[in-house]
Ligand binder design. Structure first.
Ligand SMILES: NC(=O)c1ccc[n+]([C@@H]2O[C@H](COP(=O)([O-])OP(=O)(O)OC[C@H]3O[C@@H](n4cnc5c(N)ncnc54)[C@H](OP(=O)(O)O)[C@@H]3O)[C@@H](O)[C@H]2O)c1
Length: 253
């Protein structure tokens, strides 16, 4: 459990190879001797990942096989992580795929994969994770949503729909945890130059995994409930939401 100084001693990552999750863990300065469970599809890749701690050492990392497309495995995953870690100080929810919008419009299976990975599969793990943290009476869940979920855009509305659903779920879980001692932070990055967007043309306000990690760590320390990265995207998207649809439609991208 969190030590007296509030340091993180145990963490579970859903989407264990996620660039944003690993940048966040590095920025959070885990306590020396911290234990981390990376859950995901590629156990070989996860097995080679080192997670730094505040002492300059490395956390004790282990892995669990988990595929978000097998949504019913969510509760068993959380139970297995709790068995290994005991109390879970931090659950980082970073599994997701961007998919291809053009393909998703004609290939329904692809659209379903995006929706089932980013929303259904993730929700099926977030709900039992919240239950676990509520019972512990402490801990933080960090959910990687996206500004794409704030308004349906021509360029990425299937992905956007999955993130809109996840965002609503996360906000609801946040409310359900109020007063329990556990917290949930919703993270809404814009375009991040990294693995997920490799080969894509950069978008306005593009950022880096390291900047996302630093912003998330700062938000955790300050006990915030939501963070946009970069921060300016908060007011920008608040403005987008007020634009009449015909005007919004004419915006590039
Ligand atoms: N990068 C961006 O521009 C950006 C912007 C806004 C929001 N986000 C969100 O932030 C989160 C992290 O993104 P990232 O940039 O760190 O991307 P990433 O490096 O590609 O990480 C995505 C993670 O999701 C995992 N994953 C994909 N499908 C899965 C499945 N069926 N079951 C279990 N795990 C699965 C991947 O595992 P594998 O190694 O097996 O593929 C990987 O660990 C995502 O939810 C993403 O939507 C990203």
């Amino acid at each position: 459990m969190n030590d007296a100084l509030g340091g993180i001693q145990t963490a579970l990552v859903l989407g264990g190879t996620s660039e944003l999750a690993l940048a966040t863990l590095a920025a959070l300065d885990l306590r020396p001797g911290a234990r981390v469970v990376l859950a995901g599809r590629d156990e070989q890749a996860m097995g080679g990942i080192a997670v730094p701690t505040s002492s300059g050492g490395k956390a004790e990392v282990s892995t669990l096989a988990w595929d978000a497309l097998h949504a019913s495995s969510g509760p068993a995953l959380i139970a297995a992580a709790a068995e290994r870690l005991g109390d879970i100080d931090l659950v980082l929810v970073a599994a997701g795929i961007l998919g291809e919008q053009a393909r998703a419009e004609t290939d329904v299976e692809h659209a379903v994969d995006i929706l089932c990975t980013n929303l259904v599969g993730v929700a099926a793990a977030v709900l039992p994770a919240a239950e676990r943290l509520r019972a512990q009476g402490h801990g933080t869940i960090i959910v990687f949503s996206s500004v794409a979920g704030l308004r349906g855009r021509r360029a990425n509305y299937v992905y956007g729909a999955s993130k809109a659903g996840l965002d609503a779920l996360a906000e609801g879980v946040q409310s359900s945890l109020a007063g329990s001692g556990a917290h949930l932070l919703v993270v809404r990055p814009g375009f991040v130059r990294g693995k997920m967007t490799d080969g894509m043309e950069s978008a306005p306000f593009a950022t880096t995994p390291e900047a996302v990690g630093a912003a998330v760590a700062d938000a955790v320390r300050k006990g915030r409930e939501a963070v946009h990265v970069p921060r300016l995207l908060g007011p920008v998207f608040a403005g987008f939401r007020l634009l009449p649809r015909p005007v919004f439609r004419r915006l590039p991208g």
